[in-house]
Design a protein. Structure first.
Length: 150
């Protein structure tokens, strides 16, 4: 069981605070067309951020630990994939993110990585869902023991 005296998986929110600026690369960021929400509706554009939470993933002893820090977005894009990747990639590069591959993933998405101030490596993925929707996910490992068995 989670012990409330244990340190956070992200003390002071330092990991999550390094992921949040990546969302500024998205079309519509900072406007009502891509709002920060606490409970997203998958039928509308959204941005959400989540601190690491205690988890055991599979419920077995010894697998309990912290989940990842996450920034997630769902949004519509009617331009070309190349235009979106260029726009998002340019903004991410200005924030210190490096493109992981020159092509797209098998899902048609692209990814970037960045070393955080604590030395861990965060990643961003941008992938198409059902046309014209896209999913953006920025994740970073927690500080401390990560959940295993997931």
């Amino acid at each position: 069981m989670f012990n409330r005296t244990q340190a956070s998986g992200d003390p002071g929110g330092k990991v999550l605070n390094q992921l949040v600026p990546a969302a500024s690369a998205l079309p519509g960021y900072g406007t009502s067309s891509l709002p920060w929400v606490s409970n997203p509706s998958l039928s509308q554009a959204y941005l959400i951020k989540s601190e690491p939470k205690q988890d055991s993933c599979d419920g077995r002893a010894g697998t309990q630990g912290w989940g990842q820090a996450v920034v997630r977005a769902g949004f519509a894009w009617t331009g070309t994939t190349a235009e979106l990747v260029s726009q998002v990639g340019g903004h991410l590069a200005a924030l210190g993110w490096n493109r992981v591959s020159t092509g797209t993933t098998s899902s048609g998405g692209v990814s970037w990585a960045k070393q955080l101030t604590n030395g861990s490596i965060a990643s961003v993925s941008l992938a198409p869902e059902q046309t014209p929707n896209w999913e953006f996910v920025a994740v970073a490992p927690p500080v401390g023991k990560a959940a295993s068995g997931c």
